[in-house]
Ligand binder design. Structure first.
Ligand code: FAD
Length: 506
C-alpha cells in the first residue's frame, strides 16, 4: 500500500514512521527545504564571526516517552538516536517589583519556595498539582488517545469514568476562577493561569479543565534534548529514512485529487522546476492508496480540497493566539537567568483582553525568554547567550505588524532592562524576528495561530476536525490544527490516532 503525507511537521514525520513500521510505502511531501515545520532551527553570525544557534519554534519539551515510543515500535533503542535530560528547574519567574521565584521540579522544594517568596501555604501548590494529575488521569485515555468522533470512544470503562468524574474536570468554571479559588496570592494565580497559553488560549475564558496542563510539566517533568529541540525532528527523520520513508523537500502539494468518495492521489507543484527564465511549475499527479494531511486543516480544505464540502463550523472556529519572537544574540552572560524564564506583565487580565478581544499586543507584555546555551553551550559563543524571546500575540487579522513589532521591541527592551538592571539594547549583536505573518507563510498555519483553534470554550475539543475525513474514506488529518490539539505531544498523539484508524479500516 502506498501512502502520501502532506507536510513534514512533527505529526507528519511521526505518521510516516508509524505507517512504515506497518509495511506501507511512504512518501512525505514538504514545501520547505527542511523538515520539522515549526520545530526547526537556524543560526545567525555576529560581526566577529561568532555563531548563535536557535530553535525556531518550540522550546519546552514534555512527554518524551511519546518520541521514545516511535523508536521502540520500530524495534530501535531510542538512546541510539536521541538523548535528553530531565530539568531540575522548570522555570524562573520575574516580576517588575523585584519578586523572583523558581519553579522546581521537586514538589517539596517548589512548595517551600512559594511559602518563602509569596507566603502561600505550600499545601495549596501540592493540592493544585494533585488536581492536575486527577484531571489528566480521567481525560487522558478518552480525549488524548482516541478519536472523539467514533462512537466506540463514548462507551466502555474509560468513558464511564469520565462521566462519573465530570464535576471534577472544571468544565463549568474558567481556569482563572479555579486558580483564584485555590490560591491566595495573585502572583501564584498568574503563574498557573499562564498554562492556558500552552495551547494558545485565554485563562479568563478557557475552562478549568485545562488545569491538566501543569501535570505534564510538574508531575511528568520538563525535559531538554541534549542537541536542542530540533534534534527531535532530526532524529525522527533519520529513523523514518532508516525505515525507507522518502522525503521530498521543496515540493508543495497543490491538490488532493478525489474521485467519488475516495482520494486517488496528490498533485504537486514541483518548485524545483522554477527556473530562469521563469516558467510555471509543472503540476504532477501522483497516485496513492491513502493520504495523510499534516497541513493546517483550514488551508487543506480551502487550498487542496476547494471542491469538497467545507466543514465551515469547524474551519471558522476562532484560532489560538500566535507569537511574536525575537531571536537575539546577546553579548554577555546572565547568571540570574536559566533555560526557561518568564517576566510577567503587571496586569495579566488586561494583557489577555488586548490579545483576544482587541487583537492587539499589550504594551506591558509577559515575556518568555528561553536560552538554550545554558544547557548547550555551543549554541552561543563563549561568554554570550542566545535569547529566544516569545510574546503572546493575537493571530493575524491584517494588523500593522511592522508597527507592532517596532513598538513591542521597545517594550521588551524597557521591561528586561528594568528587571535585570542592565541596558539590554546595547547587548544585542544579532537579530531575527518571527511574527504571525511569517509563521503562516512558513508553515501554512491559518492566521499564524500556534495551536490551531483556541480552546476558549468548553466545547473546543469537539470543534477540532477529526483525524479522518467524513467525506473521503482514505483521507486522514494530523497535526496541531486537528484533534487532539497543538503542541508536540498532542501532534504526536494525532499521528498515533490517525494510523490506528487506518489500521482499523484495512
Ligand atoms: P507544522 O510544524 O505546522 O508543519 C506543517 C508542515 O507542513 C510545514 O513544514 C509546512 O511547510 C508543510 N506544509 C503545509 N502545507 C503543505 C503543502 N501543501 N505541501 C507540502 N508541505 C506543506 N509546542 C510545544 O510542545 N512546546 C513549545 O514550547 C512550543 N512552543 C512554540 C513556539 C512557537 C514560536 C511556535 C511557532 C510553536 C510552538 N509550539 C510548541 C507548537 C508546536 O510547534 C506545534 O504544535 C507543532 O510543532 C506543530 O506540528 P505540526 O505537525 O502540526 O506541523
Amino acid at each position: 500500500m502506498k501512502a502520501a503525507i502532506i507536510g513534514a511537521g512533527i505529526a507528519g514525520i511521526a505518521s510516516s514512521i508509524r505507517l512504515a513500521v506497518k509495511g506501507y510505502e511512504v512518501d512525505v511531501y514538504e514545501a520547505n527545504a527542511y523538515p520539522g515545520g515549526k520545530l526547526s532551527t537556524f543560526a545567525n553570525t555576529a560581526a566577529d564571526g561568532g555563531l548563535y544557534r536557535f530553535d525556531a519554534g518550540p522550546s519546552l519539551f514534555t512527554m518524551p516517552e511519546l518520541v521514545d515510543d516511535l523508536f521502540r515500535i520500530a524495534g530501535c533503542n531510542p538512546a541510539d538516536y536521541f538523548d535528553y535530560i530531565r530539568l531540575d528547574e522548570t522555570c524562573r519567574y520575574f516580576w517588575d517589583d523585584g519578586t523572583r521565584l523558581t519553579a522546581w521540579a521537586d514538589h517539596t522544594r517548589f512548595a517551600r519556595e512559594v511559602e518563602t517568596v509569596l507566603g502561600e501555604p505550600g499545601q495549596h501548590l501540592l493540592d493544585q498539582l494533585a488536581d492536575s494529575a486527577l484531571k489528566y488521569d480521567v481525560t487522558e485515555k478518552l480525549f488524548l488517545h482516541r478519536s472523539l468522533h467514533k462512537l466506540g470512544t463514548w462507551i466502555g470503562r474509560d468513558a464511564l469514568r469520565g462521566y462519573l468524574n465530570l464535576p471534577k474536570l472544571g468544565v463549568f468554571s474558567t481556569m482563572n476562577a479555579a486558580n483564584e479559588r485555590r490560591f491566595q496570592h495573585p502572583k501564584l494565580v498568574q503563574l498557573f493561569n499562564r498554562y492556558a497559553t500552552y495551547n494558545g488560549s485565554d485563562p479568563y475564558q478557557t475552562p478549568a479543565t485545562l488545569n491538566i496542563i501543569p501535570h505534564l510539566e510538574y508531575n511528568i517533568g520538563a525535559f531538554f534534548p541534549k542537541k536542542g529541540m530540533v534534534s527531535i525532528t532530526d532524529s525522527l527523520v533519520q529513523l523514518a529514512m532508516d525505515l525507507g520513508v522518502r522525503f521530498h523537500f521543496n515540493t508543495r502539494v497543490d491538490e488532493i485529487v478525489t474521485e467519488g468518495k475516495q482520494v486517488i492521489g496528490v498533485r504537486i507543484a514541483d518548485l524545483r522546476l522554477k527556473s530562469l527564465p521563469p516558467s510555471p511549475p509543472t503540476p504532477r499527479l501522483l497516485p496513492f492508496d491513502l493520504v495523510i494531511s499534516n497541513m493546517d486543516v483550514v488551508n487543506a480544505f480551502r487550498k487542496l480540497l476547494p471542491n469538497a464540502n467545507q466543514p465551515e463550523r469547524i474551519l471558522r472556529q476562532p484560532k489560538s493566539s500566535s507569537g511574536l519572537i525575537f531571536y537575539w544574540g546577546i553579548n554577555r552572560e546572565f547568571a540570574e537567568l536559566d533555560l526557561h524564564n518568564i517576566f510577567f506583565s503587571n496586569d495579566y487580565r488586561a494583557e489577555f483582553h488586548h490579545l483576544f478581544n482587541q487583537h492587539k499586543l499589550y504594551d506591558d507584555p509577559t515575556i518568555y525568554l528561553n536560552i538554550t546555551s545554558k544547557h548547550k553551550p555551543d549554541d552561543a559563543p563563549a561568554g554570550r547567550e542566545n535569547w529566544f524571546i516569545l510574546l503572546n500575540a493575537p493571530n493575524n487579522t491584517g494588523q500593522d505588524w511592522d508597527g507592532i513589532i517596532a513598538e513591542a521591541r521597545q517594550n521588551v527592551i524597557r521591561k528586561l532592562s528594568h528587571v535585570l538592571g542592565v541596558e539590554v539594547a546595547s547587548l544585542i549583536e544579532t537579530e531575527s524576528v518571527l511574527d504571525p505573518r511569517s509563521i503562516e507563510a512558513r508553515t501554512s498555519s491559518s492566521q499564524g495561530a500556534l495551536y490551531g483553534n483556541s480552546s476558549n470554550n468548553r466545547f473546543a475539543a469537539f470543534l477540532r476536525h477529526a483525524n479522518f475525513s467524513h467525506q473521503f474514506s482514505n483521507l486522514y488529518f494530523v497535526g496541531g490544527s486537528v484533534h487532539p490539539g497543538g503542541g508536540i505531544p498532542l501532534c504526536l498523539l494525532s499521528a498515533k490516532i490517525a494510523t490506528e484508524l487506518i489500521d482499523a479500516q484495512v
